[in-house]
Design a protein around this ligand. Structure first.
Ligand code: ZN
Length: 425
C-alpha cells in the first residue's frame, strides 16, 4: 500500500461520524415514489455546499419515451426530481466517473410489524436501521463521502466526476435513463447498492404489469349464474406460475444463471377486488412483477405472458368471452451482464483488497433489477454495482452493516484516486 492510499483510508475514518449523521438525516426523508423531492432537495444542497456544479430536473417522459430502455409509466413525474452534481478538475488527466445512487425507497408496510419507526433511523451495534438505509441511502452517502475523503487531505479527482441521485429505480428505471438521455456519460460508473460486499456480474431484467379480471356480479343466492372475478384470479395466477416454471427450467441456457436455484421469480405483489361480501365480485386486479434473463427482450416476454393468460382464459366459460386485460405499467427493462476483465473491474478489485485488508472481491448474479443496465446496455459504460452488507431490504427492520459501509466508502475513495487520478485542490 502506498502512503497516499493509507492517507485516503485514514481520511474516510476521519469523516465517518459526519458520514453516519448524514446517512441518518437522509433516511428521515420518506422518499417513497412521488415524494422524492424533499430528500432530493437535501442532496442538492449537500452537493452544492461542497462546490459541485448543480443540475436538477423532473423526468420528462417525452424526452425518453422513444428510447429502447424506456418503461411505460402510469403516474405523474412532477416530484420525480433527478439531481446531478458535477466536479470539473483544474486539469483533466484521468478517466471520468459517475457515482450513482437511487433516492427512492419502497413502501414500508404496516408500522406495527417494524420494531421501530422505519423513518427514524437507529443504530444498534454494527447495524443502522431504517427504510431505505441499505437500499440505498448509505450508498449515496458513501459516494459523497468518498470524494470528501480526498478533499480532507487536500486532493480532488483529476477528471470529471458526477454525483447522481436518481428516482424511479424501484419501479421503472426511468430516472437513470433520463440522466443518460440528458447527456451524462463517463468512462465508468459505480452504484453502491446493498450487494453484501460483492460485485454484480449479471442481473435479471424486470417487467411490471397489472392483470384486470372481470366477473359477472349477481346476488350470492344465485352465485352459480355469475362469475367470481376473485376466484378467476386463481386461474390467472396458475397460468403465471406455469410461465415461471418454464422460464426457470430454461436457466441452463443462460450463462451466470445456471447455478441459481430459482432465478426467475414472478411475484404477485398486490391484489384487490370485489365490492361487497354478499355480491359475487365483478372485478379483481393483480399487480405483478416478473423477472427475465439478460438477452431476453421485454416485448417477447410480455407476449409470452399475455399468451399464457389468454390460453388459461380460453378454458373458462365466462373468461373465454371476457378475457382479462394485461397492462404493462412499470419496469419494461432488460437484464445485463458485466463483461469480465475490464480495466475498471481490475482497479475496483485492487481497491477492495486494500480496503478489506486482503480479502478478494467476489462477483455474483442477482435476480433483481438494477439501474446498472442503463449504463452497460445503452451508455457503453462499465458499471460496477458493488455495495454494503444488508438484511431485510424491502422487508421489515431493513438494516445495513456500518463496518461494511465504511469499507465500501474506502474502496470507492481508493478507486477514484486510481481511476480519475488526483490533483491538489
Ligand atoms: Zn436499490
Amino acid at each position: 500500500m502506498t502512503e497516499l492510499q493509507q492517507r485516503i483510508l485514514d481520511a474516510v475514518d476521519a469523516g465517518w461520524d459526519e458520514q453516519l449523521a448524514f446517512t441518518r438525516d437522509l433516511i428521515r426523508y420518506p422518499s417513497l415514489r412521488g415524494q422524492e423531492h424533499t430528500a432530493q432537495e437535501f442532496v442538492f444542497k449537500a452537493l452544492r455546499g461542497r462546490g459541485y456544479a448543480m443540475d436538477r430536473w423532473a423526468i420528462d417522459v417525452d424526452t425518453i419515451k422513444d428510447h429502447p430502455g424506456f418503461s411505460p409509466v402510469a403516474v405523474p413525474y412532477d416530484n420525480a426530481i433527478n439531481v446531478v452534481g458535477t466536479h470539473t478538475p483544474k486539469q483533466a488527466s484521468g478517466k471520468s466517473l459517475i457515482l450513482n445512487g437511487h433516492i427512492d425507497v419502497v413502501p414500508e408496510g404496516p408500522h406495527d410489524m417494524w420494531s421501530r419507526n422505519p423513518f427514524d433511523p437507529a443504530v444498534e451495534g454494527d447495524w443502522l436501521y431504517g427504510r431505505g438505509g441499505a437500499d440505498m441511502k448509505a450508498g449515496i452517502a458513501a459516494n459523497i463521502f468518498a470524494v470528501d475523503a480526498l478533499k480532507r487531505i487536500g486532493l480532488q479527482p483529476a477528471a470529471t466526476l458526477y454525483q447522481q441521485s436518481v428516482t424511479e429505480e424501484e419501479c421503472t428505471g426511468n430516472g437513470a435513463l433520463s440522466a443518460l438521455v440528458r447527456g451524462y456519460t463517463a468512462d465508468a460508473a459505480i452504484i453502491p447498492e446493498p450487494e453484501d460486499d460483492m460485485l454484480v456480474r449479471a442481473n435479471c431484467g424486470v417487467l411490471w404489469f397489472a392483470v384486470e379480471i372481470k366477473g359477472r356480479p349477481v346476488h350470492v343466492r344465485e352465485a352459480g349464474t355469475g362469475s367470481n372475478a376473485i376466484l378467476s384470479a386463481w386461474t390467472v395466477i396458475e397460468a403465471l406460475r406455469g410461465v415461471e416454471a418454464k422460464w426457470n427450467a430454461e436457466k441452463g441456457m443462460h450463462p451466470y444463471f445456471e447455478d441459481l436455484d430459482h432465478p426467475i421469480n414472478i411475484n404477485i405483489g398486490k391484489i384487490a377486488g370485489g365490492d361487497w361480501a354478499s355480491s359475487v365480485p365483478a372485478w379483481c386486479r393483480l399487480d405483478v412483477r416478473a423477472a427475465i434473463y439478460p438477452g431476453v427482450e421485454p416485448k417477447d416476454a410480455a407476449a409470452e405472458i399475455e399468451q399464457a393468460i389468454r390460453r388459461a382464459a380460453a378454458g373458462d366459460p365466462f373468461l373465454s368471452n371476457s378475457p382479462p386485460d394485461v397492462i404493462f405499467n412499470g419496469f419494461f427493462a432488460k437484464g445485463y451482464v458485466l463483461e469480465e476483465g475490464t480495466e475498471a473491474e481490475g482497479m475496483l478489485s485492487r481497491a477492495f483488497e486494500q480496503a478489506y485488508e486482503g480479502e478478494r472481491l467476489k462477483s455474483f448474479t442477482t435476480p433483481g433489477y438494477l439501474d446498472g443496465r442503463v449504463f452497460v446496455l445503452y451508455g457503453e459504460c462499465p458499471c460496477l454495482v458493488f455495495g454494503p452488507r444488508s438484511e431485510n431490504i424491502h422487508g421489515f427492520d431493513e438494516r445495513v452493516s456500518l463496518e461494511s459501509v465504511r469499507r465500501v466508502t474506502k474502496t470507492i475513495a481508493l478507486f477514484i484516486a486510481d481511476w480519475c487520478g488526483t490533483e491538489t485542490i
